[in-house]
Design a protein around this ligand. Structure first.
Ligand code: SF4
Ligand code: SF4
Length: 449
């Protein structure tokens, strides 16, 4: 006996096809008219109480629908299963995630930066405390996942080196996996640094931020010494893309138009970066008092979802592959995970990037025992999408998980007010993703003939 998944999104695609997507499994497929009619007939039989037998064609499709979780056995509760996975991830102690800022100093001077104008480097006693903490956890670990961020982490590459060496020793001694990523503005990602990152620091993925095409980026993200950074960043990103996965985040505010993005795509193509790096659009938000001066120019989630769709359509029209996909996740972010922390250079522990450096919002210090009763921990951790009736019933719950807990808490958002962009633009984005995949498949087929 089967049930139809509540996470299905099936819609017409062009004249003759249909897109079928399931938000729980992430499965995405295209159906022709005949397949679609068979699918409809399977769904009708299920909805009519599973009384009628499936014919051979339907029985064949049932296997595929089951595999993609578009249908499931009726004794299985997919929301309860999702909730179970969510809570497993929340309380998992076998992996440790640390986002570490070895410095909050930066070589750039961006007006909207949530870290304000901070300085300071991680001192040896904090480096020791971080390693002591990892060592106490090491016997039970299967993986250690490090994300270097800042400020600009490459300004403290010596500290990253020290920490990484010791972490790799621990990984070997206690036999756990070590994974590392970095968020950088890309200016100091020189060939030499890049080689060290890839080979010595085992960094497999970097995120580089751009504020638009050269003219806008250089204006909004000047170096502290007033010089321009755009060309150097692109040159560095190109070299880095030979060594590791590079994702470029483009910060978007209300000043961006389709023409602005077109200019950026032209410049990325000219620099040889087309399809060498993932490209996605990030919404600038006035998240803290340090950047409240820019709130007027920031998009809300719903408005942003419209321009985001337009920009991804432009990527597609320019033959850029689309790497921004609606992927199921166990939790929205590490604020919901007890074994994942954000550390500033002084060792203070935070549960959200928005709070870094704002010590009253820390939940303790890595030099002390972690206090899971601290109000700055429970404030975000207590949010549970499964307690929100709208989220429990929502067809995009697995790819949203209730939205950002800090936004909910800081702005006292009610049920239905924290929806992420997928809630608003999943349909058109599926259309764009399917067209991108089709074009890549056609290109691959051409290359093999
Ligand atoms: S609470 Fe929100 S802003 Fe903070 S890390 Fe999580 S998703 Fe990001
Ligand atoms: S926040 Fe909105 S989009 Fe996200 S799961 Fe809840 S109801 Fe759905």
């Amino acid at each position: 006996m089967y049930k139809i998944s509540k996470f299905n999104h099936i819609k017409p695609w062009g004249d003759k096809h249909y897109i079928a997507y399931n938000a729980r499994s992430g499965a995405l497929g295209l159906m022709d008219e005949q397949n679609y009619q068979t699918c409809r007939s399977v769904f009708d039989k299920i909805q009519n109480g599973n009384k009628a037998e499936f014919n051979p064609e339907e029985a064949h499709l049932v296997k595929q629908l089951e595999y993609g979780r578009f249908i499931h056995y009726d004794y299985y509760d997919e929301v309860e299963e999702l909730k179970f996975q969510h809570h497993l991830a929340r309380f998992d102690q076998t992996s440790l995630g640390l986002s570490i800022a070895p410095t909050l100093a930066c070589n750039m001077d961006c007006g909207y930066c949530y870290e304000g104008n901070k300085k300071g480097r991680m001192q040896p006693e904090i480096v020791e405390a971080v390693l002591d903490y990892i060592e106490t956890r090491a016997p039970a670990l299967r993986s250690l996942d490090i994300n270097w961020y800042g400020g600009e982490p490459l300004l403290a590459i010596d500290i990253i080196e020290d920490l990484t060496e010791s972490m790799l020793d621990l990984a070997q001694e206690f036999n756990f996996n070590f994974n590392a990523t970095m968020i950088t503005n890309g200016y100091l990602l020189t060939e030499e640094n890049c080689d060290r990152l890839a080979e010595d620091f085992k960094i497999g993925n970097v995120q580089i931020t751009l504020d638009g095409p050269s003219e806008i980026h250089n204006r909004k993200r000047p170096l502290k010494n007033g010089r321009e950074s755009f060309d150097t960043i692109l040159k560095n990103a190109l070299y880095a893309s030979e060594k590791m996965q590079v994702n470029i985040r483009v910060n978007i505010d209300k000043s961006f138009t389709v023409e602005t993005i077109q200019k950026l795509l032209d410049e990325l193509s000219e620099a040889g970066l087309k399809n060498r790096a993932g490209l996605y659009f990030g919404r600038i938000e006035a998240a803290t008092s340090a950047c409240s001066n820019i709130s007027e120019s920031c998009y809300g989630a719903e408005d942003f979802s419209t321009v985001e769709t337009d920009f991804y359509r432009l990527l597609l029209d320019n033959d850029f592959s689309i790497t921004h996909l609606p992927q199921p996740m166990a939790t929205v972010c590490f604020s919901q995970i007890i074994s994942s922390h954000l550390l500033d250079p002084e060792g203070f522990i935070y549960k959200c990037y928005n709070y870094v450096g704002d010590i009253p919002k820390a939940m303790g210090n890595i030099k002390e025992d972690i206090n899971y009763s601290h109000p700055n921990f429970t404030r975000l951790f207590k949010f549970d999408a499964f307690d929100d009736e709208k989220c429990r019933d929502c067809s995009v719950l697995p790819i949203c998980m209730g939205g950002c807990p800090a936004r909910r808490a800081d702005f006292d958002l009610k049920s239905g007010e924290a929806c992420e962009t997928w809630k608003h633009n999943l349909g058109p984005m599926l259309d764009i993703i399917a067209r991108s995949r089709q074009s890549q498949a056609q290109k691959a087929a051409k290359e093999t003939t």
